[in-house]
Design a protein around this ligand. Sequence first.
Ligand code: NAP
Ligand code: ZN
Ligand code: ZN
Length: 346
Amino acid sequence: MSTRGLAALHAGKNLTPFSFDRRTPNTNDIDFSVSFAGICHSDIHQVREEWGPALFPMVPGHEIVGIVDRVGSDVSGFKPGDKIGVGVFVDSCRSCAQCVNGLEQYCAEGMTPTYNGYERDGKTISFGGYSNRFVIDQKYALHVPDSLEFSGVAPLLCAGITLYSPLRFWKTDSKTKVAIMGLGGLGHLGLKFAKAMGAHVTVLSHSAKKEQDARAMGADDFINTSDEAAMLAAEKRFDLILNTVSAELNINDFLKQLSLNGTLVCIGLPGKPYSVNVGSLLEARRSLAGSMIGGIKETQEMLNFAAEHGIVSEVEVIDANYVNTAYERTVASDVRYRFVIDAKTF
Ligand code: NAP
Ligand code: ZN
Ligand code: ZN
């Protein structure tokens, strides 16, 4: 099926218009017109090969919403006209313990990423959501609640679930003191979800100018990370710190802000490793953890929770020809708070 989109033809190159074919839908597939595709910082890391060798041409995009056009004869639960979402993976082995237990993102054989990976046949490169059409197996498709503003839903499919899942795993409730490091695409949704779960939420940001926005989105407190006195005063304050920062930083400054038994969850994935001062962990039985997106069942739960609480991403909707500029602005932490591409412009 002929498809139009944007691709990086080589590592680090600007994205340019690109035409390609998607598979002919099979009986379990849903064929849909993309409406909006979010720009995740992971798209930028991969286009620029900051995580190691990648596959080109690359059509990025794993925050995809659209409207169903056709469904295969074995598809149940979706029909033409429905709103549909696709996130960071489009398949997995379907039989390992993780897949069976709704943790497909940790599939023993590796999930099939929405782009920059191979389909299960091991040879077809997967192409992502910066495109006008998509074909998805029904098992990996999400129902998008009608009540939510559609462009603001796209970022929930990666940024949203990536913060929702650790908030749930570490049992966030009204007694939890949460800190969110980095008020970008992921961070601002973490703030909204943590507040909806009743937590006390502090934003730790290196952009002083974001304080007003953070408070408008519900933050109880805001710390400018370059304010040394404020950083020191926050030692031993938080039960759970979610680190969404995309760049290198001194992780020890933040580990010290965990209270007894607290956990700092690494979510942002800069290209270089952190240097951890183990003493910071020992002195308060602290944990340093990681978390990656969420499974299909939990992603649907997150979308339903978002509908219940009226949570969507703050977005700047852009045309396809603005994507390269949007990449630069995202890297400069100048995004309020997610760029979303209008798929009509591909
Ligand atoms: P983003 O919108 O660019 O937000 C990242 C934020 O990090 C920025 O807004 C900024 O917040 C802070 N930051 C950036 N550069 C910084 C620097 N030099 N020093 C200190 N703080 C800095 O990116 P995103 O899309 O939210 O993604 C964030 C990270 O999570 C990326 O590395 C991405 O690849 C990763 N990610 C991981 C998963 C997962 O499953 N674990 C899923 C999606 C994305 P302030 O201006 O407030 O300081
Ligand atoms: Zn992402
Ligand atoms: Zn599996």
